[in-house]
Design a binder for this molecule. Structure first.
Ligand code: NAD
Ligand code: MG
Length: 386
């Protein structure tokens, strides 16, 4: 029996790499649903090649184009964000890969879980915004959440066979991004072109900026809290510029397990899609003599404030991480449009966290409201700054 996969965000960095994994293993996987935000041409090309039963193009402006291009195939075409929540419920889907970016991934993920679909989770923002809700729904509906993020996949792999052994702590590795070792004065003038040049990973624009500000590591700390049921004090971050150790787990006897490999997202994607089985792959192998020196540094939380802000949100609980996520999404977008500087990103988040109403025990609707209110506030703040 093939595993039937739905990919939300198939035209992005994770989505296209997932399709490479699926293409290399046609006897293992089939594609049921593909969705894209804007890139109609690539979605069409993917649909012709992988023959899903349904596709969604979120921007309605491209609907007619996609429909016409796929009219001779037996593929249903939908448009709009509303379609995402219904396609994930399709009966024959075994696993949903959430490879969309940002808050927009939350609602389709909730629907997929409620329909009993296992989740291969790349869209970390979903767990950052509503980790408590998502993990309790997964429990309620008997759904597994398999991490795609390389650090969390590393931890997940280190935990195999350790079901009865509590975690003492985890150590998330961070590359440090393109501005590792730089100071405040340098960061004040960096451009988006510089920030978009990640030393080790090729990824979508939003996560690449998040990596440069260390917000990505902050989001990953929160993601890890929910995936592995940890306290903030059990989650350490260490800068490891070579990105060979993808993360580590320390157990109660002091033993530390690490998962290593070349930086290539296809491996964690494949592990999540086919857990618990490892598939033979042709991915380039790690040659240790190419990396004679693996180094480790403390992250600079004073210069890269976003990581500290994420820890603060985790301690605050409630809707704090939802506020941080929404403010960050707006600030990163503004930075990518040259509306604010690199250091302003943290200012927008700090001010939002101080101003938006705190809700201690949020419902789904509280998250929706918090997200909207924060986006409005952060956008207005940016208008003032411009
Ligand atoms: P990307 O920008 O390359 O791709 C995003 C995909 O989602 C595209 O297909 C796009 O069309 C779609 N999309 C974007 N906004 C949408 C919206 N509002 N509605 C519907 N579809 C939308 O992003 P990416 O780098 O592939 O990252 C995807 C997710 O995976 C993010 O949450 C990111 O943090 C996470 N992630 C990515 C990597 C990586 O290596 N790229 C690694 C770890 C985690
Ligand atoms: Mg990661």
């Amino acid at each position: 029996m093939k595993k039937n996969v739905a990919i939300l965000g198939s035209t992005g960095s994770i989505g296209t790499q997932a399709l490479e994994v699926i293409e290399a293993n046609p006897e293992v996987f089939s594609i049921s649903v593909l969705t894209a935000g804007e890139n109609a041409d690539l979605l069409i090309e993917q649909a012709v090649k992988f023959r899903p039963e349904e596709v969604v193009i979120c921007n309605h402006a491209h609907f007619e184009k996609v429909k016409a291009a796929l009219s001779s195939f037996n593929i249903k075409v939908y448009s709009g964000a509303g379609a995402l929540v219904s396609v994930v419920e399709k009966e024959n889907i075994d696993i949903v890969l959430t490879a969309m970016v940002g808050y927009a991934g939350l609602l389709p993920t909730i629907h997929a879980i409620k329909a009993g679909k296992d989740i291969a989770l790349a869209n970390k923002e979903t767990l950052v915004v509503a980790g408590e809700l998502i993990t309790s729904l997964a429990k309620q509906f008997g759904v597994k959440i398999y991490p795609v993020d390389s650090e969390h996949s590393a931890i997940f792999q280190c935990l195999a066979g350790e079901e009865n052994n509590p975690i003492e702590k985890i150590i998330l590795t961070a590359s440090g991004g393109p501005f590792r070792g730089k100071d405040h004065a340098f960061l004040a003038n960096v451009t988006k072109q510089q920030a978009l040049k990640h030393p080790n990973w090729s990824m979508g624009a939003k996560i690449t900026i998040d990596s440069a500000t260390l917000m990505n590591k902050g989001l990953e700390v929160i993601e890890a809290k929910w995936l592995f049921d940890l306290q903030a004090s059990q989650i350490d971050v260490i800068v490891h510029p070579q990105s060979i150790i993808h993360s580590m787990v320390q157990f109660e006897d002091g033993s530390v397990k690490a998962q290593m490999g070349l930086p290539d997202m296809k491996l964690p994607i494949q592990y999540a899609l086919h857990y618990p089985f490892r598939l033979k792959s042709a991915f380039p192998r790690l040659n240790f003599t190419d990396y004679p020196c693996l180094t480790f540094e403390k992250p600079d939380l004073e210069t890269f404030r976003n990581l500290a802000i994420a820890y603060e949100a985790l301690e605050k609980k409630g809707n704090a991480a939802c506020i941080v996520n929404a403010a960050n999404e707006i600030a990163v977008e503004a930075f990518l449009h040259d509306k604010i500087g690199f250091l302003d990103i943290s200012d927008v988040i700090v001010e939002s966290l101080a101003k938006i109403e705190y809700v201690g025990n949020p419902s789904y609707f509280d998250y929706v409201q918090t997200n909207e209110a924060t986006r409005r506030f952060a956008s207005e703040l940016i208008q003032v700054k411009v």
